[in-house]
Write a protein that binds this ligand. Sequence first.
Ligand code: AMP
Ligand code: MG
Length: 419
Amino acid sequence: MVGSSEPLLEVEEALRIVLAQAVPLVPVWVSLSAARGHILAAAVTAAQPLPPFPASVKDGYAVVAADGPGDYPVIGAVTAGRVAGFTVKPGTVAYITTGAPLPAGADAVVMVEETEALPGEQSVRVRARVVSGADVRPIGYDVAAGQEVLAAGTRLGAAEIGLLATLGISTVLVYPQPRVALLSTGDELVAAGARLGPGQIYDSNRPALAAAVEAMGGVVVDLGMVGDTRAALVEAVERGVEEADLLLTSGGVSLGELDLLKPLLGELGVVHFGRLRMKPGKPCTFATVERAGRRRLVFALPGNPASSLVTFYLLGVPALRRLAGWVHPQLVRVQVCLEEALRLDPERPEYHRVVVRWETSRGGLVAASTGNQASSRLLSLRSANALLELPRGEGLLAAGSSVSALLIGDLVSFPLSEG
Ligand code: AMP
Ligand code: MG
């Protein structure tokens, strides 16, 4: 099936194939301090209520609500973290601070602004009439005992980690970060920092992919660079599927005689596709290799720098996220307005790299092209935060047209005056 005669597969279909092969990794327990960004593998239920006691919402006086306004003796004080050793009987009040447990006998709080200290400071004038329960958080007000606080599949961010801590939970069952092996292939490659010889270029795919993998929550396993020899490739690919959940290679998947990767992956495992109807990234290849009873995913990405990153975002990121337990692993799709006219490709849909920003005056997202979209030109991805999904077609798509785009980075702020 692999070779120049292989038909071009639509990207949507390729993504479906990839996600059908990607299975979430075996969950692990991690401490709360290491849980950020992980996906929860099992629902979390509150064992105790929050607050665990009726707590004051204000600084003020704990009262018997039925007493109403009047002058009352202050029989004691209770502050957050303490428990009152007295009972508030009708006709008396107690000083209380925010978060302190309501003393026995009291059923409401009057905030300090509604009171006035009387000479001697042993008594206070209550000016407001409050109902029973006023300014008191009853037991379980914020979280009820037995309530499901986080569902399985929830991504853990600041609030979710705070909720876990609120429940007294210090370790949590999550899907681990996938290990992603990176391998650059090509006789012409030299690592940055070394001297270039004739005909050589620096390896940019490995550093760029490493940064993308880390940004997307993977752990990089660096396999370095190998030349275009079968023996070196076999050894490196074997190491990759041994040590990582996902292997990303770049280069060696075009139709040249030294493009050895596709046939090699066919021997080591199963090649699911090798040619995509997309621009850039047509030769992107996807394979699976079984090792030690586990299925490892392999993307043999095209060598051209823009192609390798674009295909990683479109297919590798959803695969990585699915391994990491994401329920909806696809890139976020938004609708944007074109700032300038763009030429369509008659053969293939194009993932045109753009910088998307919010424009208040237009009430929407506006996309500015990064310019020349040659697949060798990494500048086409500089500061890009989205890939336009340009349909294949003839001629120009007019400025102002509405087009869907896949987000690959954060939306950024622009000066308020230009917003
Ligand atoms: P290939 O897919 O091996 O035919 O490579 C396609 C183009 O991408 C060639 O011009 C390569 O020199 C270039 N290329 C391949 N790998 C890399 C890399 N790791 N970094 C920069 N350019 C690369
Ligand atoms: Mg090559």
